[in-house]
Ligand binder design. Structure first.
Ligand SMILES: C[S@@+](CC[C@H](N)C(=O)[O-])C[C@H]1O[C@@H](n2cnc3c(N)ncnc32)[C@H](O)[C@@H]1O
Length: 419
């Protein structure tokens, strides 16, 4: 992603006079980067825009947000799709390790980090001069420690696990972008915790799929959602949270910005209170089933942890026996086994994908299926004509999200050869 050069000059401030201990709230326009699974960038941009945020740029695996600190906090609190929210604090050409050192030293670290605090660096990317990210991250550390020592005679210490400040340096095309990680632990780790079972989907990816499937609008119309291979219940829990308009961050205890010196406590409290008021009542139920009783128990436990058990109905059931709930047609969303992790035999996996198509065709007329197929090839095994195929990455796995509208016209054999 091309970035504006908005390197901030080193500000002379009162911080040196008090040994750098004063805390400072950040004001004015900022740029933030929201990172996301590959293939979900456009969906994330739409989600952020739905919060009223300005999204001037969409890149690979990330989108850029422009706005005051409130925009970054809103993204942290509300975005179910983003993995991290980073506040950019500098960008500069870094074709050599010395240029990296100099650029890092130009940033006013006392504005961000208590000189007696703890910190860690996430160094991402490489260049001709810096092939090893460990070397890049060492130069970053040298520059920050040297600046702190020169300015107030103190040096913060490194804590890789729970630092006060996590600094993100992204090196690409000879340009370094430096950011404060406002999220801390990645945002797919929702507050309540969960037992994921053998092959859980990341919450952020599940939320992105639900977004692409149009679930927020469908839920607002009172339509139901079904996952007939629900595993530990990730789709169901994200779907129920979205339907209730619950900001996922309400359950999170720790954030990357809590011990950042620019943190605006009053602003965060205001946004948090606003989010608590926004929770909706009277939303549709979501339904799940799985052949494995242990998975169903996991879903129940996870739903209870997230406080959404009243909205989720699950039972043990083979896919071939799955029935839609009575009432209106809605959305079927699922991620069947890929073969890699849960099933050894390819023909067995193909047969399962064909069975998904058959079950949809026979019982879910009027519904729309959104199936995350574990490869382009698996995405062609449903025996149904897909309306859309979206390339998505589940970690390192090249998946296809296949949209299967089940109407009389939608049950034609899939003759498409596209991925
Ligand atoms: C990849 S996992 C789903 C993971 C889930 N999305 C999560 O986040 O935990 C696939 C699930 O399909 C279930 N499954 C496989 N074959 C099935 C069948 N024929 N009928 C019902 N469930 C089946 C497995 O028990 C497993 O829980």
């Amino acid at each position: 992603m091309a970035r504006d050069d908005h390197r901030r000059p080193l500000k002379k401030s009162g911080a040196e006079q008090d040994g750098g201990r004063a805390s400072r709230v950040l004001t004015g326009k900022q740029f933030f980067v929201a990172t996301v699974s590959k293939g979900c960038e456009a969906a994330l941009a739409e989600e952020l825009a739905s919060f009223g945020l300005s999204v001037p740029q969409i890149g690979a695996g990330a989108v850029r947000i422009e706005g005051e600190l409130e925009a970054g906090y809103r993204a942290c609190l509300w975005s179910r799709l983003a993995s991290r929210i980073l506040l950019e604090v500098g960008s500069f050409p870094a074709r050599s390790t010395d240029a990296l050192y100099d650029g890092i030293k130009q940033i006013d670290w006392l504005a961000h980090l208590d000189p007696e605090g703890t910190w860690a660096v996430d160094f991402v990317g490489q260049s001709e001069a810096m092939r090893d990210s460990r070397f890049g991250s060492m130069r970053v550390k040298d520059a920050i420690v040297d600046q702190m020592r020169e300015r107030c005679g103190l040096r913060p210490s490194v804590d890789l696990k729970t630092p006060d400040l996590r600094i993100n340096v992204h090196l690409t095309g000879g340009e370094a972008t430096v950011a404060i990680d406002l999220s801390g632990a990645p945002l797919h780790r929702r507050g309540g915790g969960r037992d994921g079972g053998p092959a859980p989907l990341k919450e952020t990816l599940a939320a992105a799929i639900l977004w692409m499937a149009g679930w927020p609008e469908a839920a607002a119309q009172g339509l139901p959602l079904v996952d007939p291979m629900c595993g530990s219940g990730t789709f169901l829990i994200e779907a129920a949270g979205m339907a209730k308009n619950i900001a996922h961050g309400l359950k999170r205890k720790r954030w990357g910005f809590q011990r950042w010196r620019g943190h605006d406590v009053a602003l965060w409290k205001y946004l948090y209170g606003e989010a608590r008021e926004a929770v909706l009542d009277d939303v549709p139920l979501v339904f799940g089933s799985d052949r494995d009783p242990k998975q169903i128990q996991r879903t129940l436990d996870n739903a209870a942890r997230s406080g959404l058990e009243d909205l989720i109905r699950v039972h043990v059931c083979e896919l071939e026996d799955a029935q839609p709930p009575a009432g209106q047609a809605g959305i079927v969303v699922t991620n069947p086994p890929y073969g890699e992790r849960l099933m050894a035999d390819e023909t067995e996996v193909f047969a399962l994908y064909r069975e998904i198509g058959d079950v949809l065709k026979r019982r879910y007329l009027g519904w729309t299926g959104w199936i995350l197929a574990g490869s382009p090839k698996l995405g062609r095994q449903f025996g149904l004509k897909p309306k859309r195929k979206i390339a998505l990455w589940n970690g390192a796995i090249d998946c296809r999200l296949v949209m299967l509208p089940i109407s009389d016209g939608g049950v034609a054999r899939d003759k498409s050869s596209e991925d």
